[in-house]
Design a binder for this molecule. Structure first.
Ligand SMILES: [Zn+2]
Length: 266
């Protein structure tokens, strides 16, 4: 990096989904391999498009919401997506992921909501940039999920959920220690910013009535709690609080009630 060049740095939120990769990233230059790659890319694009439509069907974006660039493609194997709040960049993998790349995109949108939309609305003012010798500028990341008083009830609901309790319990109660090497993962998953991104994604999927919601619950059940998402019987109070936060600033489109052909004549 040249002297004097400005480099922005912020905490980058990443998603490290357990059991993420379904296929090996080996390069296959045969025609069959190239065709398979093209098919995967088309599938990834279709899933991302569907996720954006789903998001826009639910979220009423503030007029001044900054646009974010989105890239689909190579990320390290353990990472399904990331959002960089300094550069306004979102990146999701092109690999097949479970339960769906749609959930990954909703999850990253949750980080954007936390660090940008809600930070602008709920936190006092952006922290000043820190200038370091050599023209390096540090941009401190701000998480409303950690700090905003408007999210206090949501934090309480998360901490009372069986998911959070059982993950944290693995670290503290000594009875069910986490599988080896997973201590760091558990601390990461139960951080406020990860819990927000995950509860945002699951709430938006459920509220939209999309099949993604059930698909997520089906994925979580046999992998609970290490999948890091909520089971259906545990999610209600958390989801209610996500909705309250989003409704408090008019960030949700009204629910479209499905009209039924049958009329109640009572
Ligand atoms: Zn994340």
């Amino acid at each position: 990096m040249r002297r004097g060049q400005i480099r922005f740095f912020s905490l980058v939120a990443v998603l490290c989904f357990l059991a993420a990769a379904l296929s090996s990233p080996l390069i296959d230059n045969t025609q069959q391999g190239v065709d398979a790659q093209a098919a995967r890319a088309r599938k990834a694009q279709a899933e991302v498009r569907a996720a954006i439509e789903l998001l826009n069907s639910q979220i009423a974006w503030p007029k001044d919401a900054p646009s974010v660039s989105l890239e689909i493609g190579d990320l390290p194997d353990s990472v399904n997506g990331q959002y960089n709040s300094a550069l306004q960049q979102m990146h999701v993998t092109g690999r097949p992921v479970e339960p769906s790349l749609q959930l990954t995109l909703l999850h990253e949108a949750g980080h954007y909501f936390d660090m940008k939309i809600m930070a602008d609305a709920f936190l006092p003012k952006p922290l000043p940039l820190l200038s370091l010798p050599g023209g390096i500028t540090l941009m401190p990341a701000q998480f409303s999920s950690r700090e905003a008083k408007e999210l206090q009830a949501w934090r309480k609901a998360v901490r009372a959920s069986k998911l959070y309790q059982s993950l944290r319990g693995m670290l503290t109660n000594g009875k069910t220690p986490p599988p080896s090497g997973l201590t760091h993962f558990i601390l990461y998953v139960t951080s406020d910013e990860e819990m927000w991104a995950r509860s945002f994604a699951q709430t938006i999927a459920a509220r939209s009535g999309s099949a993604l919601s059930q698909q997520t619950f089906d994925f979580v059940k046999p992998r609970w709690p290490l999948a890091g998402y909520w089971n259906a019987d545990d999610f209600g109070p958390v989801s209610d609080e996500v909705i309250k936060v989003l409704e408090s600033r008019g960030w949700l489109h009204p629910l479209k009630l499905k009209t039924s052909a049958a009329t109640d004549r009572n």
